[in-house]
Design a protein around this ligand. Structure first.
Ligand code: MV4
Length: 484
């Protein structure tokens, strides 16, 4: 096992990984930028390394500084978390070159899956279903026209180097194909420094279902079932759950998607944790979209239904241990749902709302799991994604899980910054969400309303209960989990 592990990330995921390291009695090194000097991760870590100024480009995205910090602290492995450099093949390669274990797949596997067209070809060759479309980037308008009329409109133009919706266009008819190709291609060039685009048949109101994978360095691969992530806003996931409500209708779906995901992972020589993303249509046909070569934000819902710890498993696998679990050992129990608590203003187009958390009451009780990266008095920096915490619940079935999540949200208080708690409370009351009839464009037509201000008795009670925050910052540094 590793001597010491550097966590090349920030926020709740850095805390999540440091917790696993502490449980393994492996010293953990946090990293921080100027804005994160007093972060929860820094407080909880055994050691901490300063990276530089707050902008990510000068701190969390600097491969050279991260490798130097790992060396200086004697870390023999780096966990990249999600986002930042987690899917950067050059970072994985730089770690390997420095004799540091990158806790994730090999640089070669990351590279092979990084191009969406290459990943499509790999899936096709492996016999997994992909959306009808082109096998490679389209070179000319004439070619695009031919392919589009073969697969039928509407078609979707996507960036080969993309992902996450950038450079994507839906085209309803040939008349708008040429302009859309030009737009998508120049957006792709600007965003990914590659103008390559390809075509797929556009699915109408698809669901987004993904399969969690685990592989060792000895060719063994298993899947841990699915997560449904159809509730998204502008390609940002809002709620994730496992199992997918579809599994209730079609118990065999998990098995078939799992097998498809495993074929793709085998073909890519995949190891460690990863996720195969699929679109699912109204007839429950599924199509491979892309592979995420990292631990995902929503991994807790899989952990809750499988009773496994993905970060512990990542550590074992990265250290070279053979998979300790066989596919037939995996059992799924109950239902888990997660929502992402953000410093953002749902009444103002979800605009980020950085600032000081004046008061923080987080929920607990049966079946509640909180992965938080913040504390009362913490200033949410404006430089990064304003995710505060993930609230995940487990219950025996989906209705009970939704009720539990509502209960937990009702216990949650975040003052000082705008946040999306009330948005979730409204969303969970929506009949479509309650019935599980979800799709990726659902939130385009969901209209949030701020709650009315409290009046009368409620206001009087709130005022009576209110205690102004007592000079909160900075909180005394915790000495490695012992409360000071
Ligand atoms: C699609 C699609 C419909 N048809 N592809 C969006 C992000 C990128 N990873 C793939 N995306 C989509 N690809 C075809 N052929 C609809 C989407 C899509 C979507 C996918 C997953 C989650 C949320 C989404 C929201 C809008 C569109």
């Amino acid at each position: 096992m590793f001597r010491k592990v550097l966590v090349a990330n920030r926020g709740e995921i850095a805390v999540r990984i440091l917790r696993a390291l502490r449980e393994r009695r492996i010293p953990g090194v946090a990293v921080y930028s100027d804005a994160d000097r007093a972060s929860l991760a820094v407080q909880l870590a055994d050691e901490a390394a300063f990276l530089g100024p707050s902008p990510s480009a000068e701190s969390y995205l600097r491969i050279d500084k991260l490798i130097a910090a790992a060396r200086a602290h004697g870390a023999d492995a780096i966990h990249p978390g999600y986002g930042f450099l987690s899917e950067n093949a050059d970072f994985a390669a730089a770690c390997a070159a420095a004799g540091i274990t990158f806790i994730g797949p090999t640089a070669a596997a990351i590279r092979a899956l990084g191009s969406k067209t290459a990943a499509r070809q790999l899936a096709l060759a492996a016999g997994a279903p992909v959306v009808p479309g082109t096998d490679a980037a389209v070179a000319t308008f004439a070619e695009a026209k031919r392919i589009a009329s073969r697969i039928g409109y509407p078609v979707m133009i996507k960036a080969a180097a993309g992902g996450g919706g950038k450079g994507m266009r839906v085209v309803d008819s040939e008349a708008s194909l040429e302009a859309a190709l030009r737009d998508a291609s120049s957006e792709a060039e600007r965003s990914f420094k590659s103008a390559e685009v390809y075509l797929e048949k556009a699915l109408i109101h698809p669901r987004h279902v993904e399969i969690q994978l685990l592989g060792d360095n000895h060719g063994n691969l298993i899947h841990l079932g699915e997560r449904e992530c159809s509730l998204q806003r502008r390609h940002q996931k809002v709620i994730e759950e496992s199992p997918s409500p579809l599994s209730a209708l079609d118990p065999d779906l998990r098995h078939r998607m799992g097998e498809a995901a495993l074929k793709i992972a085998r073909a890519a020589g995949y190891s460690n944790a990863g996720t195969a993303e699929f679109l699912v249509d109204h007839d429950r046909n599924f199509y491979f979209l892309e592979m995420n070569t990292r631990l995902q934000v929503e991994h807790p819902v899989t952990e809750l239904v499988t009773s496994l710890d993905l970060v512990h498993l990542q550590l074992d696998l990265a250290a070279g241990a053979p998979l300790s679990l066989r596919q037939q050992d995996i059992r799924w129990t109950g239902h888990a749902i997660e929502c992402r608590l953000y410093a953002e203003d749902p009444a103002n187009n979800f605009f980020p709302s950085p600032g000081v958390i004046e008061r923080l009451e987080l929920p607990s009780g049966p079946g509640v799991r909180l992965d938080s990266g913040v504390y009362e008095g913490w200033r949410v920096p404006l430089e990064y994604d304003p995710l505060l915490a993930k609230l995940a619940v487990w219950a025996p079935d989906r209705p009970a899980a939704i009720a539990r999540l509502e209960r937990a949200l009702s216990e949650t208080v975040i003052l000082g910054i705008r946040n999306n708690i009330h948005f979730f409370r409204q969303l969970l009351a929506d009949p479509a969400v309650l019935s599980g009839d979800l799709h990726t464009t659902f939130l385009n037509n969901f209209h949030y309303q701020d709650p009315p201000p409290p009046t009368g008795e409620a206001l009087a009670a709130a005022l009576a209960a209110y205690q102004p925050p007592s000079a909160p910052l900075p909180r005394p540094r915790r000495s490695a989990w012992r409360n000071s």
